[in-house]
Design a protein around this ligand. Structure first.
Ligand code: PPS
Ligand code: ADP
Length: 204
């Protein structure tokens, strides 16, 4: 432990005060799914709706975080575990700021998603399973990565030669092969309204 000579400081303004000012309840929308399943697309659509409804939100997106904060990490199991650990810590800080945070990472291991959930207060972690058959992801192949993985040019590719644990009981189950991007986004916003994270007043 490298924290033995450091002390946690409580801030004068609480998370509850920050959230009350924003007229919302902080939440972590944790998107998980295969590459090409639609995490980034749906998360961006939800974020745009939240912005339209004057909610205070922020999206931590896979490729962007891997270019910066986690630029030192690859795709071994150990690197993915550290990737998700850092992301969940950053997300927790953003929740402390009173925000509705979205994270769009494959996050393939159920144990890491459980650790992220355990860092937050009850009910704040909302697991969103972007459930798209690998055949559809592979057909979409927006970045040409499945082609490379099948050709053996990329190793440890999720769903091919690296494991993905299907969420056992996600709060929200999204099927992108059967619903439009707009329908998927609306399903998630409806959950936030139903569970009082955002108020219908925001929508007017
Ligand atoms: N080996 C391998 N396996 C899976 N994905 C790979 C790999 N190499 C590069 N990429 C690209 O990196 C994106 C996944 O990064 P994540 O940070 O979301 O992955 S993880 O949560 O740590 O498993 C992923 O982005 P998405 O397609 O948006 O999911 C890929 O573009
Ligand atoms: N209903 C849908 N929801 C999300 N993405 C969809 C949907 N239908 C088609 N797509 C397409 O699938 C691709 C998903 O890519 P992306 O969002 O980058 O996935 P991921 O972030 O999971 O890797 C995009 O090209 C998107 O336009």
């Amino acid at each position: 432990m490298k924290t033995e000579n450091t002390v946690w400081h409580n801030q004068h303004i609480s998370k509850g005060q920050r959230a009350a000012l924003k007229k919302q309840k902080p939440a972590l929308l944790w998107y998980t799914g295969l590459s090409g399943s639609g995490k980034s697309t749906v998360a961006n659509a939800v974020d745009a709706l939240l912005y339209k409804y004057s909610c205070h939100s922020y999206l931590l997106d896979g490729d962007n975080v891997r270019h910066g904060l986690n630029g030192d990490l690859g795709f071994s199991d150990e690197a993915r575990i550290e990737n998700i650990r850092r992301i969940s810590e950053v997300a927790k800080l953003f929740l402390d700021a009173g925000l509705i945070v979205s994270t769009a990472f494959i996050s393939p291991f159920a144990s890491d998603r459980a650790l992220a959930k355990a860092k937050l207060a009850a009910g704040e972690f909302i697991e969103i399973y972007i459930d798209t058959p690998i055949s559809v992801c592979e057909q979409r192949d927006p970045k040409g990565l499945y082609k490379k993985a099948r050709a053996g040019e990329i190793k440890d590719f999720t769903g091919i030669d690296s494991n993905y644990d299907v969420p056992a009981a996600p709060q929200i189950h999204i099927k992108t092969a059967e619903n439009s991007i707009e329908q998927c986004a609306e399903q998630i916003v409806a959950y936030l309204i139903e569970h009082n994270f955002i108020s219908v007043d925001n929508l007017n």
